[in-house]
Design a binder for this molecule. Structure first.
Ligand code: SAH
Ligand code: SF4
Ligand code: F3S
Length: 471
């Protein structure tokens, strides 16, 4: 057992990065068995689950969407806020019951939660029915751990985070749009955030490997790639090379894949070169997720975000003026320790100035081991909830305002699948990442089509496929 230690994680940042060939172990031992996977958290975890699926299918497992039919269950967990923890422990309670009727059920818990020492210990002491515990740095070992098939609980979580794995067998959720990791980990250490501890230090993939992956995806018929990283614009800073995110973005665009997206970009590393590249290539989508976190410069400083309110707004305006029709969304935390009414008013002021297309908003959740968790928090939960409510009202009003401007316009949409809004509808996204429910396009899943927008809500648009009359 190799448990992570937060202090140690910080000290280990100088460890050498090794590029390791993925194991991709193949076996037919579990040929008639089924797996169920549940993914919590961010896109990183969604993509890690595609890797986990690849490992399981290489061992012979097939996926089931019904947990009671499964022979193996994987929970790929998130640690970002306390409620992410609660969901996982709630589901583990259900699995405990299931295992009473099905003693051979193999239960695996992976992802960000086990990277926290306290969680790994809790799983060991209070959840002995969990067979395998693994972390974010040793997903590649999951196949070996399953094949070991021990009667004892196996906990293998590494705090050494120096490696980058290449050539994994992914089972991707979509045939049209793909996640592509460009880096792992994060070196920013925002004071509230657990990610640098659960994902380790920043490790960028080599540009040539990323380009190869995008070219292969294009050959396989993928129309869109999303470049993934906690901090995509810090890409390359850890490599001994002369390229950066702007160079990478340009080269990915030059592969000619129809749509290129990226998440998440930190305001701190957002260079003019990046803006020029995004503005200069038709196939780089005009959509940017630019987390603000707080509008108060005082709170931003306490958060360790390394920009002020004025700097954020100046960057925002620069992006808006240089990239045509760009849409910008953000993340905002309310109730950071000692956030006063005046600080919160500053957040509302920035929202009123920037008029974001949308935002993910959160109540601050103290994470064990982070610097912010040591600050005494005096704000009552009720006040935090009121702030969140007020903020969401404002955000939603701007989202609706933006969306209404689309009514009567024709937009290019990549259709991804059947819509939840009625059997005759499909859903897809505009270039600017607006969700559209489309009529008359049932046969267009996996295609780029033109859609005439007929209606707008805060979180989606409605539209009809544009059909050109034949001459
Ligand atoms: N790397 C990205 C975001 C990663 S986490 C970035 O830096 O922007 C996604 C979002 O979760 C963050 O943007 C932040 O708004 C929120 N978040 C992170 N830690 C949190 C905490 N302790 N409490 C509440 N929200 C948090
Ligand atoms: Fe967390 Fe900050 Fe890194 Fe984002 S940039 S993952 S918020 S430490
Ligand atoms: Fe959660 Fe880990 Fe992502 S903590 S937000 S799944 S990096």
């Amino acid at each position: 057992m190799n448990l992570p230690n937060m202090q140690e994680a910080r000290l280990r940042t100088d460890a050498l990065v090794e590029v390791i060939e993925a194991k991709n172990i193949k076996s037919d031992r579990f040929k008639n068995k089924k797996y169920f996977i549940r993914t919590y958290g961010c896109q990183m975890n969604v993509h890690d689950s595609e890797e986990i699926k690849g490992i399981l299918e290489n061992l012979g497992f097939k996926e089931t969407l019904e947990v009671q039919d499964a022979d193996l269950v994987v929970l790929n967990t998130c640690a970002i806020r306390e409620n992410a923890h609660d969901k996982v422990f709630g589901f583990l309670g259900r699995l405990k019951h299931l295992k009473k009727d099905k003693p051979d059920l193999i239960i695996c818990v992976g992802g960000c939660m086990p990277q926290e020492e306290s969680v790994a210990n809790l799983l060991k002491e209070k959840y002995p029915f969990v067979n395998i515990v693994f972390g974010t740095h040793n997903i590649n070992d999951l196949g070996t751990l399953i094949l070991e098939e021990s009667k004892k609980q196996l906990i293998e979580v590494y705090s050494i985070e120096g490696n980058v794995y290449e050539h994994m067998d992914y089972v991707r959720d979509s045939k049209f749009t793909a996640w592509v990791n460009i880096m792992y980990g994060c070196d920013k250490f925002c004071t509230y955030c657990i990610v640098p501890f659960t994902r380790g230090k920043q490790r960028s993939r080599k540009m040539a490997e990323i380009i190869k992956e995008v070219e292969k995806l294009k050959e396989e018929g993928y129309l869109e790639v999303t470049l993934l990283g906690q901090n995509v614009n810090a890409y390359g800073k850890d490599l001994d090379s002369d390229y950066d995110f702007a160079t990478l973005l340009e080269n990915v665009a030059k592969t000619g894949i129809k749509r290129v997206r990226f998440v998440t970009s930190h305001p701190w590393d957002f260079t003019d070169e990046m803006i020029n590249v995004i503005a200069g290539f038709e196939n780089i989508m005009p959509y940017i997720h630019l987390p603000l976190q707080s509008g108060s410069s005082k709170i931003l400083k306490l958060m360790g975000r390394r920009y002020t309110q004025e700097e954020y707004i100046a960057l925002y305006n620069k992006i808006k003026s240089k990239i045509k029709n760009v849409s910008i969304t953000t993340d905002i935390i309310v109730g950071f320790p000692n956030e006063t009414d005046e600080d919160f008013a500053e957040t509302l002021k920035v929202v009123n100035e920037c008029k974001f297309d949308g935002a993910f908003t959160f109540i601050y959740s103290p994470r064990e081991g982070t610097p912010a968790s040591k600050i005494k928090d005096t704000i009552p939960l009720e006040v935090k909830e009121q702030r969140l409510y007020k903020l969401n009202e404002l955000i939603n009003s701007y989202s609706l305002e933006h969306n209404k401007k689309y009514i009567g316009k024709t937009e290019e949409v990549l259709v991804l699948g059947p819509s939840e809004k009625g059997e005759d509808k499909v859903y897809g996204y505009t270039k600017t990442m607006k969700l559209v429910n489309v009529s008359n396009a049932k046969d267009d899943i996996g295609k780029l089509i033109l859609v005439y927008i007929t209606d707008a809500k805060s979180f989606s648009l409605d539209g009809e496929k544009v059909i050109f009359a034949k001459n």
